[in-house]
Design a protein around this ligand. Structure first.
Ligand code: SF4
Length: 387
């Protein structure tokens, strides 16, 4: 149980003094049925007000980041590619005014394939963006329609090619597996198609039914059914094998990359590094025990005159331990036991014992990590190790 210590009236800040910056763009043209990220379908008139508020938040919170050491900027959402180029330019100008990115900073923008045109990519080349992340989800047009995605399989392929033709080599694509009615053959096609595009990074997630989404409602009402675990495991195993054959490293449970192409920004989350989150719904972390969550209301965000509405929570030692276990064990490099207090380490090894014995976990020196066998039941192993 975390301790909520303040709301918008707080003057306490999450001083990160290092790490990356995340900007949340809360606009989507339509809502996908499975998504529980914070976004609105508000129109153009809200976008300028949002960017004005974002610039204001950057000014207010610039001291929370060590301005000489910003190694990654991630513009996510929502759908950042729904912002017109003029507004994206304003955001980059404000970034430039308030922060200093390192020379080799990773600058990522999320884009929906149907927003990616040759003109848009040409515009992007004029900005600091050097990495593009696209939510493809599947190459089946029928499943894309079912999910209420706006793009087609052909648009996704063309979008990647437009980016590659413009010189963007650093592209990440997202896929979802275990979709209702998705066959193993369809999944094999998705993996094959994605790998054929030659991108250096992919993220693949098992479909989850999040409360509050249309998909969750459909499940509750019996209109869709979850795929059997056995099929889901088979899909995941196929992905692991094919990605490895394509020279990709499985560096986090859901993430695969060519050597040297790991997502720097996401890696900082998994390594519990500090980061500053800007925009409604964005989260910040000080690298210690303080987390901050901006409220999920675009209206309140725009109307704020001082600090934007937010909540701060102080993690208890037990919660901090749980986070370390959860994030590090998901990575191929595993959990360095030296990050734990002696008491926590003792508890962790005690809880891990049966999994080490059965080969689900491997202890190498002072590091604990999932074996290939353990990856398939990672959730239950992680939960067993937590307080
Ligand atoms: S998946 Fe992406 S495009 Fe779809 S509703 Fe969520 S944020 Fe918007």
């Amino acid at each position: 149980m975390s301790i909520p210590v303040s709301t918008r009236s707080s003057t306490r800040s999450v001083v990160t003094k290092a790490g990356g910056i995340y900007i949340h763009v809360p606009f989507c043209r339509s809502r996908c049925i499975y998504c529980d990220f914070y976004s609105t379908t508000y129109g153009t008139e809200w976008k300028q007000s949002y960017v004005n508020a974002l610039k204001h938040e950057m000014q207010l919170r610039r001291a929370e980041v060590d301005s000489s050491r910003v190694p990654s900027l991630y513009i996510g959402g929502g759908t950042p590619s729904q912002l017109p180029p003029t507004l994206l330019t304003e955001i980059f100008q404000s970034i430039n005014d308030n922060f200093t990115l390192t020379k080799d900073a990773e600058v990522t923008i999320e884009a929906n394939p149907d927003d990616v045109t040759p003109d848009w990519v040409d515009f992007l080349r004029q900005t600091p963006v050097n990495r593009i992340s696209m939510g493809v989800q599947t190459f089946s047009d029928a499943l894309l329609r079912f999910l209420n995605r706006r793009h087609t399989s052909r648009q996704a392929i063309e979008a990647v090619q437009y980016c590659q033709n413009a010189g963007y080599g650093n592209i990440s694509l997202d896929l979802i597996y275990g979709l209702p009615g998705q066959s193993f053959k369809e999944w094999k096609h998705d993996v094959q198609q994605l790998l054929a595009l030659g991108v250096p990074h992919l993220s693949a997630y098992a479909l989850s039914y999040e409360e509050g989404t249309n998909l969750f409602k459909m499940l509750q009402e019996g209109h869709v059914a979850e795929v059997p675990d056995e099929l889901s495991f088979r899909m995941y195993e196929h992905l692991m094998d094919e990605a490895a054959a394509a020279g990709m490293e499985h560096y986090e449970i859901s993430n695969f990359a060519k050597p040297g192409m790991y997502a720097r920004h996401n890696s900082s989350y998994w390594n519990n590094s500090p980061y500053l989150g800007l925009g409604p719904g964005a989260h910040s972390y000080d690298g210690g025990n303080i987390r901050r969550a901006n409220n999920t209301s675009l209206k309140d965000y725009i109307q704020a005159t001082d600090d934007v509405p937010h909540q701060i929570e102080v993690l208890t030692p037990e919660e901090k331990y749980d986070e370390l276990v959860m994030t590090h064990l998901r990575t191929a490099s595993g959990l360095p036991l030296g990050l734990l207090t002696p008491k926590q380490k003792c508890y962790c090894l005690q809880m891990a014992e049966s999994h080490i014995h059965s080969g689900n976990l491997v202890q190498e020196g002072d590091v604990l990590r999932l074996s290939r066998k353990g990856i398939f039941i990672s959730n239950s192993i992680i939960s067993d190790l937590m307080y």
